[in-house]
Design a protein around this ligand. Structure first.
Ligand SMILES: [Fe+2]
Length: 373
């Protein structure tokens, strides 16, 4: 007998090369004053001028907000929310990587909220509906365009965690792989690695079901078949289409199935030592997969069949070829920090979704291999 499960995703996705050209007509259906948060480089380079002009041609008033520098912090989101509120925006458009999408998603969800972003981050439930949010991812990627999560950081207390809920779901996703081409190769490598980790973790998490499995498995197939070409710097559109598709499918899976121990540990590590999220996840993946292997053997066999090799070592080798180090040697993390890191990881929801229960002693073992002296 099959257990009961729920499956949710965004109401509508426009996917494909050139799909961004539908932004203005779609935005006009949702509002007349758009808050337009975008990654700084394409914004300053003028790459988004055609989209801004098209919005204005539809008589939409546009309030432009450059995205966060690095990963979004509470103060940044608070200030962006004030700008959105002051401009009286009734629709939010986010164009960027995971950081921009998470920040703009939070602005859309919290714009009418009387509580501060910090209070919401600390657990205060949302009391007001926000405004519709349109997500256009430019990296492949966190999959943030198809999740109700916004990962934010508090640099003062060194806390990085996601806020989430029903009101955070994007109303519309416009996923145009052409938007991902001009992203620096290094960013493509780290964000692609994050997508691959998310495909593997959601495929094997305790919350997985046959719908998330279908999504995560296809995500894995698309990502492993194209990541190396991306890492080599190709500008061809086909691998970018596959990566945009693959990262979105991983997002669809994780929004329902959740993740695992890699993400449980990556958040405290990432904020404490300023390690890019995708890189941090990539280093953690092989040792966590080795730990999980006894309980997910059948699923790993399915992944091994895709790459035609034992999957854990194949992934470790792929990351090596992409220039990702096998451990955190370069970050000089003192071994004496290990207990603190473990204590910060244990309450994580991702850790609780890991297919094999993880104790503090297990985390010590996992980290020992990748935190060399
Ligand atoms: Fe991630």
């Amino acid at each position: 007998m099959e257990r009961t499960f729920a499956f949710r995703t965004v109401p509508r996705i426009l996917f494909g090369v050139g799909s961004r050209r539908h932004l203005a007509e779609e935005a006009a259906k949702l509002g007349s004053r758009a808050f337009f948060m975008a990654s700084r480089t394409p914004l300053e380079r003028g790459d988004l001028d055609d989209l801004l002009s098209a919005l204005r041609e539809k008589s939409i008033r546009v309030e432009v907000c450059p995205g966060p520098v690095g990963e979004p912090e509470l103060a940044y989101v608070e200030q962006a929310r004030a700008q959105c509120r002051e401009a009286g925006c009734d629709v939010v458009i986010g164009i960027g990587g995971g950081s921009v999408l998470d920040a703009s998603k939070a602005v859309a969800a919290l714009v009418h909220e009387p509580f501060t972003v910090r209070e919401i981050f600390d657990g205060q439930p949302v009391t007001q509906a926000g405004v519709p949010f349109i997500a256009l991812p430019t990296t492949a990627g966190t999959g943030s365009e198809v999740t109700p999560n916004s990962v934010l950081s508090d640099p003062e207390r060194l806390i990085k965690q996601s806020i989430r809920g029903e009101t955070y779901w994007p109303r519309l996703v416009i996923n145009d792989p052409e938007l991902t081409i001009r992203v620096p190769t290094q960013v493509k490598i780290w964000s692609g690695a994050d997508a691959l980790v998310q495909a593997v973790e959601s495929f094997t998490s305790l919350g997985s079901n046959h719908l998330t499995d279908a999504s995560a498995f296809e995500s894995f197939r698309l990502l492993v078949g194209n990541m190396e070409k991306i890492a080599q710097g190709t500008q061809e559109i086909e691998p970018h289409i596959a990566m945009a598709d693959g990262s979105m499918l991983a997002g669809i899976a994780l929004a329902n199935a959740r993740l695992g121990a890699v993400h449980g540990v990556a958040h405290p590590m990432g904020i404490r030592y300023r390690i890019p999220h995708g890189l941090c996840c990539a280093i953690l993946l092989p040792p966590v997969m080795r730990f999980n292997e006894p309980v997910v053997r059948e699923k790993y066999e399915r992944l091994s069949a895709v790459v035609q090799a034992p999957v854990i070592e194949w992934i470790a080798d792929l990351f090596r070829r992409m220039g990702i180090p096998p451990d955190f040697r370069g970050y000089r993390i003192p071994k004496s920090d290990m207990d603190m890191l473990i204590q910060e990881s244990l309450p994580s929801g991702s850790l609780k979704a890991n297919p094999r229960p993880v104790s503090a002693a297990d985390l010590t073992e996992i980290l020992r291999a990748i935190l060399p002296d």
